[in-house]
Design a protein around this ligand. Structure first.
Ligand code: GLA
Length: 432
């Protein structure tokens, strides 16, 4: 059964170039790493659950696995602590301190350990009076806390927005940005400013981009397809506002990758990975890397998908068409390449075919282009021309991901139309 027919074009709105980013030289490509929140939340009970509580042991183990199991090599670099790490009291000098029972070595030692493995350490604090989990907030202590994090050699700060008068969000986020800068240490600044501002007014993305390296816009991700879908729906419905704000140095953050947990089917995991790549989203996994199934691991470490996410041009892709319960998302890549994701949103029945053709005037395949399918399985589809028709087969709530590479007219490279003999694959992937 053939579903929609989509003319590849990147038609519709063209995002203007991103405004000036926070000038700290960081996050020139979307941040990659691991963040504890979605999987481990605020589990502080180390007596009952020593392996899963928020403790230095958890981060050290995760860092070890990141090096041993190819995560670091794939590009995952930041090991990030979320809420519930501190003691409920500041020290005599007014500084935050790690919970002594769960972090007996302290954060500086943990940072040293993480650095010794060639990784970076992230920490969490809040712009208001308390963190969302009820731990001490940074309001009134921005400079002290920024200096403390710098003294500990921390590399990233996730700055939450709970317990804060919303009219002061801008001032708060901006003052912490300045405080971090003043320390002289390179600390990547991850904000939640727009998420907390949207209920009251349209955020000023120019100011946000000048202040933060990435920023959460919408609800926390949960380990469910409905949650991932709601994030995609919000992103698509606000893309004219948020897409132009993204670019090297500053990114929209649709929250963590929950791949490798309990709630997503494999097709849905592929959809999250593909769409997070198209959205140029920070790739912060929240899962248990000590115990992850090989398929999820392979997906999270898929070099082709990561390359789309990390494309140096730094354009955020966006939804370009919706038809027959399919969504097409496209992202411009460096050197006139393009990534295309086709999401099958029909959650009944089986795989459905979706026909891709070049629109009149679609320059990428004129005279020729090379098409590679990355998901659901890797396949070189070979050289195409303006009359090409490609059918991708997409499972319910799954995604087909492709890249298109133009072949310039003066290119003398030989080519073969090896995608023509695909009859055997007709059923699951490509037909003519
Ligand atoms: C908020 C944030 C989450 C997480 C929790 C921690 O809900 O959006 O990402 O940091 O707080 O309490």
């Amino acid at each position: 059964m053939l579903g929609g027919v989509f003319l590849l074009s990147l038609l519709g709105f063209v995002p203007p170039p991103a405004a000036d980013a926070l000038d700290n030289g960081l996050a020139l490509q979307p941040t990659m790493g691991w963040l504890h929140w979605e999987r481990f939340m605020c589990n502080t009970d180390c007596d009952r659950e020593p392996d899963n509580c928020i403790s230095e042991r958890l981060f050290m183990q995760m860092a070890d696995v990141m090096v041993k199991e190819g995560w670091k090599e794939a590009g995952y670099e930041y090991v990030c602590i979320d809420d519930c790490w501190p003691s409920h009291q500041r020290d005599a000098q007014g500084r935050l301190q790690a919970d002594p029972k769960r972090f007996p070595g302290g954060i500086k030692k943990l940072a040293d350990y993480v650095h010794s493995l060639g990784l970076k350490l992230g920490i969490y604090a809040d712009v208001g009076t308390k963190t969302c989990g009820g731990y001490p907030g940074s309001l009134g202590y921005y400079e002290t806390d920024a200096q403390t994090f710098a003294d500990w050699d921390v590399d990233l700060l996730k700055f939450d927005g709970c317990y804060m008068d919303w009219t002061l969000l801008g001032e708060g986020y901006s003052n912490m940005s300045k405080a971090l800068n003043k320390t002289g240490r390179s600390i990547l600044y991850s904000c939640e400013w727009p998420l907390y501002e949207w209920p009251h007014q349209k955020p000023n993305y120019k100011a946000i981009r000048e202040t933060c390296n990435h920023w959460r816009n919408f609800d926390d991700v949960y380990d469910s397809w409905s949650s991932v879908k709601s994030i995609l729906a919000w992103t698509a419905s606000h893309q004219d506002i948020i897409v132009p704000a993204a670019g090297p140095g500053g990114w929209n953050d649709p929250d963590m990758l929950v791949i490798g947990n309990f709630g997503l089917s494999h097709d849905q995991q592929e959809s999250q990975m593909a769409l997070w790549a198209i959205m140029a989203a920070p790739l912060l996994m929240s899962n248990d890397l000590r115990d992850i199934c090989p398929r999820s691991k392979g997906l999270l470490q898929n070099r082709h998908i990561i390359a789309i996410n990390q494309d140096p041009l730094g354009n955020q892709g966006y939804l370009t068409a919706k038809m027959d319960s399919f969504q097409v998302w496209e992202k411009r890549l460096l050197a006139n390449r393009q990534a295309v994701a086709v999401l099958n949103t029909q959650e009944i029945g089986g795989a459905r075919g979706f026909l891709l053709r070049a629109a009149p005037g679609f320059k990428l395949c004129d005279p020729q282009c090379n098409v590679t399918q990355i998901l659901p399985q890797y396949k070189e589809l070979g050289v195409q021309d303006p009359h090409t028709k490609i059918v991708v087969s997409v499972n319910p709530s799954g995604t087909a991901l492709l890249t298109i590479t133009p072949i310039s007219s003066d290119s003398s490279a030989p080519y073969k139309l090896h995608w023509q003999d695909t009859s055997v694959q007709r059923k699951h992937t490509i037909t003519l």
